[in-house]
Design a protein around this ligand. Structure first.
Ligand code: DHB
Length: 394
């Protein structure tokens, strides 16, 4: 049996990009249907990064139900640690801005609750299989619902917000894939029950590799250390994990506690060759992925959505396609800046497996150039707290 539904915008993916877009469109009076192959529970419990740019928090404020400012915590700086010393990058003093530590899955809970409360269409357990007729005025999503029945969503526009393994991408880029870079390392992430080891995040470059000391709450901490891309998350004992972490942050005594989650995050830089084809667009991880150093992933998705939402408003409310035509170029300018920043933070802080003595010393020279220069610290602070979103909205 096939069910066909009709809407103005079909959105594949109930992650930050898809849900935020649906919310902003609803605000403008544009109806949409959002589908996701995962269950609500799975979406709300998958652990992702934790840093929101100031502009992201301000956009989430428009939901009216965001808990970023109440449950999250404002961070006015980070520490870069190398060569046995810590150097604070004071965002507030340098650029008058800050970031919020607020885990992505908490932001997703807020976005899902807002949509459900408003009675807007959001379907879990629905798997998109393909997007058809991208170049026509009535593209459609072919999907399979939780009971295995076929669902067809006909819409005036289709958005692929369906993550790095996007199904929508084939309708936009065809077999042309994208610009791509892999890294010879990954992150080993842990969640543990312990008090914070530091007031702010520590990004540490050490001869043994990179470590990031992050947080989740007064009693739960998130930490990462550089590992091999194919590391087995279960291979190390808790004691060994603490030893690995501790030796990479000399000068700080880590507060240890039971580790209740471990995962290995692969690194990839990717930008799809095409972000728009006819009436189908890609946003968020479907359009690009960045390595995690600097936490740009979700924030970049939010910026894409702002550009696309404005274009869709012009298209669907005023029949004006000019902003849509400009969407790829407008979005790509920020995407490539964020690609550069994420690559830069990654390459500056990690120890490549084939790094020579020259490479190591040059890297320390680079770190020193950043922390000892107000211009260097300011660039980092601007990028980390987020380039202005002004001009993307309106
Ligand atoms: C976190 C993740 C990041 O990639 C980062 O740069 C900072 C914090 C986190 O999960 O807390």
């Amino acid at each position: 049996m096939t069910t066909t539904v009709r809407t103005r915008v079909a959105i594949i993916g109930a992650g930050p990009a898809g849900l935020l877009l649906a919310h902003l469109l609803a605000h403008a009076g544009i109806e949409s249907v959002v589908i996701d192959q995962r269950s609500r529970e799975e979406i709300q419990t998958t652990i992702r990064a934790g840093i929101l740019e100031q502009g992201t928090v301000e956009i989430l404020d428009t939901l009216g139900t965001s808990r970023a400012r109440t449950v999250g915590s404002r961070h006015e700086g980070i520490e870069l640690r190398f060569d046995g010393e810590g150097h604070r990058i004071d965002f507030e003093a340098l650029v008058g801005r800050a970031v919020w530590l607020y885990p992505q899955h908490e932001a997703l809970k807020d976005l899902i609750a807002a949509r459900v409360t408003a009675g807007q269409d959001l379907r879990f357990g629905v798997t998109a299989t393909r997007v058809e007729d991208a170049a026509s005025a009535l593209p459609r999503v072919i999907a399979t619902d939780a009971d295995g029945e076929q669902l067809v969503i006909e819409a005036e526009f289709v958005v692929g917000a369906d993550g790095s393994r996007s199904v929508a991408r084939a309708a936009v880029s065809g077999s042309r894939n994208g610009y791509f870079r892999e890294y010879p390392f990954a992150w080993f992430g842990i969640l543990c029950e312990a008090p914070p080891s530091a007031d702010e995040l520590i990004y540490s470059n050490s001869p043994d590799g990179f470590a990031l000391i992050s947080q989740r709450s007064p009693s739960v901490q998130r930490m990462y250390f550089q590992c091999e891309p194919d590391a087995d998350p279960d291979a190390l004992t808790e004691e060994e994990l603490w030893r690995e972490l501790q030796k990479r942050v000399p000068g700080t005594e880590l507060q240890e506690g039971p580790i209740f989650q471990r995962d290995v995050l692969r690194f990839r830089s990717f930008v799809a060759h095409e972000l728009l084809h006819g009436r189908v667009a890609l946003v968020g991880d479907a359009a690009h992925t960045v390595p995690p150093t600097g936490a740009k992933g979700m924030n970049l998705a939010v910026a894409d959505v702002l550009v696309l939402e404005r274009a869709l408003r012009a298209l669907l409310l005023e029949n004006d396609a000019r902003l849509l035509e400009a969407f790829p170029e407008t979005a790509l300018q920020r995407i490539w800046k964020a690609q550069h920043f994420s690559w830069w933070m990654t390459s500056m802080l990690h120890v490549a497996p084939d790094a020579s003595d020259f490479d190591r010393r040059r890297q320390l020279g680079e770190l020193r150039s950043v922390v000892e220069s107000e211009a260097g610290r300011t660039y980092l602070a601007e990028a980390y707290t987020g380039w202005p979103l002004r001009g993307l909205t309106g």
